[in-house]
Design a protein around this ligand. Structure first.
Ligand code: CU
Length: 410
């Protein structure tokens, strides 16, 4: 009789817990209802007032809420199944039978998780793998991609092996009354194997990366480059091309910045007189391009994913990146079967509120088209800049004492 009473008490406790968890479920349901209402109310309020943009963000939040609710629903279903199993287990025990073998259930779950997880990884790669960047449109991009794929292959291999070992062992050696766990605290050979092999593989990858990066950034041969200055500020890119002399005038933000001369080009440098201001980054095919990267306020990041180019734009520390574009915009449009495709330059450093919108169109064209385009660009030193420079010069001449004083103060 004694065990029976024990089971009955156990069952009572179980039901008590179930009732308690019902309260939790009710609270869950209430939160879910309230959040749905809130999201819908926000959506309804936003739609008529602010138009399309607001609807978009409302839709987005509705989407987020949908997945959160789906997740919570999943949790609730699992909790309910767990409770049903627990009740079933207690009922079996009350009838004097052996209860559920939880070790087996957990073991089977491990195998299900392994198979579903590996299939999920395979599915996400085959379904979303196409969202990886399209073929590289620059010479060094091919090497960067090679590195990416070698690393991906090695890590995928290790991932599959370790997951099979982990969950396979969990299943094979799940708890059982028939056997006792073997005490096996240490094995030097295994320790050595799993330390040395990853160390060698990682060293190979790092050295591989080091040489590739060195090759990409090796710029001893600067001759024949097209120099382009790209300057970042919150929240736009400014582009300056050299004129016929092929040389860009120097800049000095502390001394020469003004509204018209917003790139602070030096009036004293003759090379700047024929510089051009452009709104699009147009590049000739197959030429070595050197982008000089500047920033005027905070750190930005010069990022052109199709060319596998990325370099920080740091205030006070000009950097540069050299590369050779190998596919024209037109060719890429045909390859991607997208007549509206454009290469883009992005900012890849969260630099403030307007960061998301900091982009410029980049166009790769033939040499002839490039020259034609270049001949239509406006001079950087426009009438307003000229006037400012003349005024500055005039005031310099008129009051030599004043300018001396300024110089002394500096
Ligand atoms: Cu930025």
């Amino acid at each position: 009789m004694q065990p029976d009473i024990e089971y009955q008490i156990d069952i009572k406790m179980g039901f008590k817990r179930l009732i308690n968890s019902k309260k939790i479920l009710a609270a869950f349901a209430a939160v879910m209802l309230m959040s749905t209402n809130a999201v819908m109310a926000a959506d309804a309020a936003a739609t008529p007032a602010a138009g399309a943009a607001a609807t978009d963000s409302g839709d987005m939040w509705l989407g987020v809420a949908y997945y959160v609710l789906l997740f919570l629903l999943g949790c609730v279903i699992i909790a309910v199944i767990g409770k049903i199993l627990k009740v079933y287990d207690l009922t079996l025990k009350m009838q004097g039978k052996k209860g559920i073998n939880w070790n087996n259930i957990i073991g089977i779950f491990c195998i299900i998780f392994l198979v579903a997880g590996l299939y999920g990884a395979y599915w996400s790669f085959t379904e979303q793998g196409t969202q990886i960047l399209p073929e590289p449109a620059s010479e060094h991009g091919v090497q960067i991609d090679q590195m990416f794929w070698v690393t991906t292959a090695i890590t995928t291999f290790v991932f599959v092996i370790t997951q099979i070992l982990l969950f396979g062992f969990l299943f094979k050696y799940r708890g059982s009354e028939k056997r006792k766990a073997y005490y096996y605290p240490h094995n030097n050979t295994i320790e050595k194997v799993w330390t040395i092999i990853p160390a060698i593989v990682l060293t190979i990858l790092v050295v591989f990366g080091f040489f590739t990066w060195r090759k990409v950034t090796n710029t001893t041969e600067v001759k024949g480059d097209i120099n382009i200055d790209v300057t970042a500020h919150q929240f736009a890119w400014e582009i300056r091309y050299p004129g016929k002399d092929g040389k860009l005038g120097q800049t000095d933000y502390q001394r020469f910045y003004s509204v018209a001369n917003n790139l602070a080009v030096s009036p004293k440098d003759r090379n700047s007189y024929d510089d051009l201001r452009a709104d699009t980054l147009v590049l000739p095919l197959g030429k070595s391009i050197r982008i000089n990267i500047h920033a005027q306020d905070v750190i930005h990041s010069f990022y052109m994913p199709h060319f596998r180019v990325q370099m920080n734009a740091v205030p006070g520390l000009p950097t540069f990146f050299k590369f050779v574009p190998t596919i024209t915009t037109e060719q890429m449009r045909q390859r991607l079967n997208d007549p509206n495709f454009e290469y883009l330059l992005y900012c890849n450093k969260i630099c403030g509120g307007g960061h998301y919108n900091m982009q410029k169109v980049v166009r790769v064209v033939s040499e002839v088209e490039y020259q034609e385009w270049l001949s239509h660009q406006k001079p950087y030193v426009n009438d307003q800049v000229k006037q400012e420079w003349k005024l500055a010069e005039a005031s310099d001449k008129k009051t030599p004492t004043e300018s001396n004083r300024v110089a002394l103060n500096n």
